[in-house]
Design a protein around this ligand. Structure first.
Ligand code: Q0Z
Length: 288
């Protein structure tokens, strides 16, 4: 009765979700890559395995802060069985640096999600302290930053205070850890759900390059956009092609595929200190 067919339950840009039974889902990270919001026709071999391993690594290390949905990391190293939760209808974003929509909001308003920020900040500047900037979940297109009041209307005041406190604590732990390995965590997007007992549970993917901005610390320079740890070769290639960033995206040459794959594996090995080959041999290595 527990080995029935998995039922496809949803597709993300680069991930697939299946229902296993009433209590469990299967989350599969593919090798698809998106840039400028478009999924490219060329996969990056092992990208899904890198992201699944990193998520597992962080779930194991943060379980003292908050319980998470991970049940089983499968031998294919790209799929996980997870607890089926009641997901909260907000994205929990924490920003330590001014990038992306936080930087856009700041230029327009001097604030983001209601956080008044000091004058004179430049793109990629470090914020005086990390801030919680919740966003709506857009089915299509871009998530929209919302105030904490608007977020409280969606999930309730008490739950919002809990996810804000936990999100900030997770960001602080992971950014300190990454800093010791030469990687800056500029910002991150977290998702939470409630289990059957009403307990808050960290879900989805966590602290991967697809859900976070990882910057190489050695080239950090405020006042300009920072190179992405993982996708910079892809972005540079697309920019020099002159592609208009509407679908379909361009096919990637082998040199860009190989360079990008190397960057994902480098991020994995720098953060986890586990050789990627050892992870493929036994995925559970990252959980201890
Ligand atoms: C995650 C998503 C993906 C498409 C639903 N533990 C959970 N319980 C209930 N729902 C979810 C989770 Cl992770 C859940 N998503 C995002 C992932 C493909 C959408 F792989 N949607």
């Amino acid at each position: 009765m527990s080995d029935g067919a998995a039922v496809h339950a949803g597709s993300g840009k680069v991930r697939e979700l299946f229902g296993l039974d009433e209590d469990r889902l299967l989350l599969v990270a593919t090798d698809r890559i998106s840039t400028f919001d478009v999924v490219l026709p060329t996969p990056i071999p092992d990208k899904g395995r890198v992201l699944t391993g990193l998520s597992g690594f962080w779930f194991a290390r943060t379980s003292q802060i908050v319980p998470n949905h991970l049940l089983v990391l499968r031998p294919d190293a790209r799929s996980t069985e997870v607890r089926r939760l009641e997901m909260l209808p907000i994205e929990c974003v924490v920003r330590g640096y001014l990038a992306g929509s936080g930087w856009k909001d700041y230029q327009r308003l001097g604030s983001t999600s209601g956080h008044e920020l000091p004058e004179g900040l430049v793109e990629s500047d470090r914020l005086p302290e990390p801030i919680f900037t919740p966003a709506t979940k857009a089915a299509e297109g871009h998530d929209e930053n919302i105030s904490r009041e608007a977020a409280a209307d969606l999930v309730g005041r008490e739950l919002l205070e809990d996810v804000e406190r936990i999100s900030l604590e997770l960001y602080s732990y992971v950014s300190d850890y990454a800093a010791t390995r030469g990687i800056m965590l500029a910002d991150t997007k977290l998702e939470f759900g409630l289990d059957g007992a009403g307990t808050l549970v960290l879900a989805d993917e966590a602290f991967t390059p697809d859900s976070s901005r990882f910057w190489p610390a050695d080239s950090y320079e405020p006042g300009r956009p920072q190179p992405s740890f993982d996708k910079q070769y892809v972005r540079d290639f697309c920019e020099q092609l002159g592609w208009d960033k509407t679908p379909p995206g361009p096919e990637l040459p082998q040199s860009v595929v190989e360079g990008t794959r190397s960057r994902y594996i480098e991020a994995f090995e720098r953060l986890t200190a586990v050789p990627f080959a050892a992870y493929l041999d036994d995925p559970n290595t990252v959980l201890s």
